[in-house]
Design a protein around this ligand. Structure first.
Ligand SMILES: Nc1ncnc2c1ncn2[C@@H]1O[C@H](COP(=O)(O)OP(=O)(O)OP(=O)(O)O)[C@@H](O)[C@H]1O
Ligand SMILES: [Mg+2]
Length: 448
């Protein structure tokens, strides 16, 4: 892009911002969901108060243009108060005309306020569509933080924030396209997306037992990633709870905190409630755990029964590495079980393709590499790639080779052997530094 293009882009971005603020201020029928999320973020103070007064600071933050006034100062319809930093239009009509000549349907699709304003003047612009595509305010970080603050007093808040972690859709980095799914997983995700789309219909026909998924599979197979990527796809916040955390809290409060977790989810609804380490429920049942913990677990099960995708707009996803520990009472509460197996050869090759998308690799052969990585999970493959990249960097290389990757696989397997050795009771001596008893060192010493 040439400097001149960059200049026009910056100009247009700042004019769009100032114009949006002016139009929004004037037309009361707009609500915060009409503003692009980046604009909302700079004007949010427990709500969006009119008038919206754009300044150099807010313009910079909302548009990413480093010096917004410099970008638009030469336009004849702009004005600036160097004391307050306010940027205004001396002639709104000319400003709108200037913007109209440079805007297109794509640009306006992301700005419902201006889409409404220019709907009749630019082809293919549709306000309703723009509004539908715009991320709603309830999924903004600022809105969620306000809600949590309003909901818990200060002491409680800290305690709850240890237990509950809320991510907004824009904070999720991975998309579903970045995750390689089995056919079954794709089917389940598709089903749930459809169920949410047709929630009203399902309620009408009385089909309410839907929207509770249990993700089952070994560590590193993508359970957490899929829950978050789904939140991003559906544009919903995700409330994450690690069940083991409830034991680390003041015991008398645990049942209450579980209750609150569900209340938070219902308040943030529509949202995803992701309950990780679900096997924890089972562990507390038969043992002689503290009564408070048992109470908390019962509260959890009761709340799971009561929460509903159809009535409360909360999609519940549980995850566990240890399905065999779950009893019938826990299983029964989920209407779909989604299996997260270790990836087979074909999936491993696909995962390798996905995670290396941005990398430069000479004679890359993902299928060959997949053959050499039996038993590795998606998370393991990511680690292997990371090691290969770092190793190459120590040699000042940013282009990898298939050989680098194969070497990283070997390193990984060696480390994996070490990890497993540690599990074998009585064999800890083998891990003492400098010891020559390590079976993998090629010397083949007898152990005793
Ligand atoms: N099928 C896959 N496709 C692409 N990436 C994957 C896949 N499975 C795992 N990964 C990657 O591995 C990493 C770890 O995955 P994630 O945390 O989702 O696993 P998990 O199943 O939740 O593990 P745990 O049971 O330990 O919580 C992530 O970076 C994820 O992107
Ligand atoms: Mg996880």
């Amino acid at each position: 892009m040439s400097d001149a293009d960059l200049e026009t882009d910056a100009q247009r971005a700042v004019v769009e911002f100032v114009l949006t603020a002016a139009v929004y201020t004037e037309h009361r029928e707009f609500d915060p969901d009409d503003l692009p999320p980046a604009y909302r973020a700079v004007f949010w103070e427990g709500g969006i108060e009119r008038p919206l007064s754009p300044t150099e600071d807010t313009a910079r933050e909302a548009t990413g243009v480093g010096d917004p006034w410099a970008a638009v100062s030469e336009l004849m319809f702009t004005d600036h108060d160097s004391f307050s930093g306010d940027i205004t239009f001396s002639d709104r009509g000319i400003a709108k005309e200037w913007f109209r000549e440079r805007a297109d349907a794509d640009l306006l699709e992301a700005n419902p306020v201006l889409a409404k304003c220019l709907e009749d003047e630019i082809e293919d612009v549709d306000y309703e569509r723009a509004r539908e595509r715009n991320r709603p305010a309830r999924a903004d970080r600022a809105v969620i933080d306000d809600l949590l603050e309003e909901y818990f007093d200060e002491d409680e808040e800290e305690e709850m924030l240890d237990l509950v972690d809320v991510h907004t859709p824009s904070e999720v980095e991975l998309t579903l396209d970045d995750i390689v799914l089995t056919g079954e997983q794709e089917g389940e995700i598709h089903k749930i997306v459809k169920a949410i789309e047709h929630r009203d219909y399902l309620a009408d026909i009385g089909l309410r037992e839907i929207g509770k998924l249990l993700f089952v599979g070994p560590p590193g197979t993508g359970k957490t990633s899929v829950a978050r990527a789904l939140a991003r796809k559906l544009d919903l916040p995700v409330v994450e709870v690690k069940l083991s955390m409830i034991t680390s809290q003041y015991l008398g409060e645990t049942a209450k905190n579980v209750e609150k977790t569900f209340e938070v989810a219902k308040r943030l609804a529509p949202c995803i409630l992701f309950i990780d380490e679900f096997d924890f429920v089972a562990k507390t049942r038969d043992s002689d755990e503290h009564a408070a913990i048992k109470r908390a677990v019962n509260t959890l099960l009761k709340n799971i029964d009561e929460v509903s995708l159809i009535n409360d707009e909360v999609l519940l996803i549980g995850a566990t590495n240890h399905p065999h520990q779950l009893d019938a009472a826990a299983w029964r509460r989920f209407d779909e079980i989604v299996n997260f197996p270790k990836p087979d050869r074909g999936m491993r090759a696909d995962i390798l393709q996905v995670v290396t998308r941005e990398m430069d690799i000479a004679d890359f052969d993902p299928v060959g590499l997949a053959e050499r990585t039996e038993g590795l999970t998606g998370s393991d493959l990511r680690l292997v790639l990371r090691e290969a990249v770092l190793d190459a960097l120590t040699e000042e290389r940013t282009t990898l080779t298939q050989g680098d990757l194969l070497a990283a696989v070997e390193d990984f397997e060696e480390r994996d052997t070490l990890k497993n050795l540690d599990m074998i009771e009585g064999d800890h001596d083998a891990l003492v530094a400098g010891g020559s008893d390590f079976p993998g060192d090629g010397h083949d010493h007898a152990h005793d």
